[in-house]
Write a protein that binds this ligand. Structure first.
Ligand code: BTN
Length: 263
């Protein structure tokens, strides 16, 4: 008997899936980038809850125009969302996604996983998940958000290039995890936190994010597009932006940037 392809397996998986946030799967054995495809579909009017999933990505995209290495064994998907909240709250969505991934990893294995502001999930300083939010707003309120998530699930880390400081869950725990079991738990977590988001329970999300992050209280250096800011990570505000206390006791609000921990 022929083995099922990734697309067929995923179709089987999605048949009996009853998770509010999931409306539809669009599945590929291989794609350039699930985010690019999801944006295309969102522009054509595909509804909230459409998920683009691929076994591998040939041109996975990371934050700040970086490449996201996407070999077989990783979990790569993008979900279309059409939130109706105030625009200053959409920046909470990647934090909510990172929280969902972090909780999912904690529920399947006992490893010291944490979120680094804003939305990197890491194990021992090595990245295990990255999240890319891309959005388009429009005057008629029919804008969209594409939330792309790349999780290094069952990957032999030797396949990563040298400058990609990453690890995989299978490398850390020494066994491979069930792909669809993990995906289902993750979608359930995403559904839970997105529901809180729609109910405007932003404080609940932020307090859980803080419990699962190791950033607050650390000395950090943030590379923004225009400057480097060093200081103590003091807090995150209601939009998920980082408040830094600098050495001159100034408080700076950082909306976006790469965060590095300083020993
Ligand atoms: C980062 O730089 O940390 C963000 C990485 C985001 C990668 C995911 S994989 C699925 C989706 N498709 C993409 O091209 N990128 C995101």
């Amino acid at each position: 008997m022929n083995e099922k392809s990734f697309v067929e397996e995923t179709q089987d998986f999605s048949k009996n899936l009853d998770i509010g946030i999931v409306k539809k799967f669009v599945v590929f054995n291989e794609i350039s980038s699930t985010n690019v495809k999801a944006k295309e579909l969102a522009q054509k009017g595909e509804p909230e809850g459409t998920i683009v999933l691929s076994e591998i990505q040939k041109n996975g995209r990371g934050r700040f125009d970086r490449i996201w290495e996407s070999p077989e064994g990783g979990l790569y998907f993008s979900i279309i969302l059409r939130p109706t909240c105030k625009s200053d709250k959409t920046t909470l969505l990647p934090l909510l996604a990172a929280l969902s991934v972090c909780k999912t990893i904690k529920s399947v294995c006992d490893i010291p996983v944490a979120i680094k502001w804003p939305n990197d999930v890491h194990i021992g300083g090595k990245k295990v998940c990255g999240i890319l939010l891309e959005s388009e707003s429009s005057k008629d309120g029919l804008g969209y958000v594409v939330l792309g998530m790349g999780i290094n699930l069952n990957i032999d880390i030797d396949v990563f290039s040298k400058d990609f400081v990453a690890t995989s869950i299978s490398h850390e725990i020494g066994i491979k995890l069930d792909y669809y079991g993990f995906l289902k738990k993750l979608l359930l977590n995403l559904d839970y936190y997105y529901r809180l988001f729609k109910e405007e329970k932003y404080n609940n999300i932020l307090s859980e994010w803080k419990k699962n992050s190791d950033t607050i209280g650390k000395r950090v250096c943030i590379n923004t597009s225009s400057e480097k800011i060093e200081g103590k990570a003091f807090d995150v505000d209601q939009s998920g932006f980082l408040i830094i206390e600098t050495d001159s006791s100034e408080y700076k609000r950082i909306t976006s940037g790469d965060c590095f921990y300083i020993e």
